[in-house]
Design a protein around this ligand. Sequence first.
Ligand code: SF4
Length: 320
Amino acid sequence: MKTAFTDLDELLAFLELDKNRLNLPIGNSDPFSLRVPRGFVALMKPGDPNDPLLLQVLPSGREAIAQPGFNNNPVGDLESQSVPGILHKYHGRALILASGACAVHCRYCFRRHYPYHGGTASPRQWQDILGYLKADPSIREVILSGGDPLMLQDERLAEWFANLAGIPHLQRLRLHTRLPVVLPERITPHLIELLSGLALPTVVVLHVNHPNELSPALTSATRKMHRNNITLLNQAVLLKDVNDSRETLTTLSEKLFAAGILPYYLHLLDRVQGSAHFEVPEPEARKLYRALLAKLPGYLVPKLVKEITGQTSKTPLGIS
Ligand code: SF4
C-alpha cells in the first residue's frame, strides 16, 4: 500500500506515456484521487494509453463533465442506510460498510462519492450495527463490503467474524473485495486459515473485470483459497473499451474458472457522476450476453444485471 502510485506524473513516466497526448483532469483537487498498487501497474502494457487495466484507474478529464442521468448517489445507498455503517436494501441480507478505504481507486466506482467520513466504523458504530442485526431475525446473510473489507487487519476481521457468528439467525457471511486483484499478497496463509475456519458458511466475491487482471500471483492465491474450501465468486462491471467484447468476456470466464472462481454477476454500469464514458448501452450489453450464452457452458455465463433504485433485488436482463 505504501508503494502504490498516487502521483499521476510518476505513473505516466513509469508507463512511458506522454501526458500531453492524454485527456487528463485539470488540477488535482478530486478527493477520489489516483491510487493504484505497483503490482497491478506491472500487468499493464508500457506505452499503451488504451491498456484495459490502465483505463480503469487513470483519472480522465471526462469525469468532470456532467451527464444527464448520472449523479452522486446512483443506486440509492444513502436512503438504504439503516444505522451508520449498514445498508439494508434487500430481504434477508444486510451490507456492512466495514471500511471506507480501498487499495485501488476504480474510476467507475458507484461509491466514489459515498460519504464514508474517514472510513472504518468506530467501536460505537460496531455496537449499533450488531444491535441492528440482532434485532432483525429476517436477516440471514451479512455482507462485509466497503470500500474494501480486506483493508482491515486480520485481527479486526476476526473480531467481526466472531461477533457475527454469535447472532443465532445469521446463516451465511459474504465478503466483497477487489483487494486481492490488485494486491494478491494480502491472501496470506493466516488469512486463508481465518476464512476457512469460520463458523458461518462464507462466500468471497471478487471483482475482476478483465482476464489480464488474473495474474499468476492472484491465480495462485485463489487456487489456495479454493483448495481450502473457500467459495469464490466473481462480479464484473461491463465497461466500454475495457471488457465489452465477446472474446474478452469469454476469456475472463474461462480464466476465472481455472483460478477456482465462478462467474456470478456482470453488472451494467451504475450511473455515478464522472463515469459516463464507461457506459455500454443496454441493447449492446444484451447482445454480448447472447453471444456469451452461445459460446460458453451455462455455469460460466455470469448473470447480466442492473441495479434499479427501490427494486427488491438486482434486475436480471434477459436475452430479448
Ligand atoms: S475497489 Fe471496489 S469499492 Fe473500491 S474503488 Fe474499486 S470498485 Fe470502488
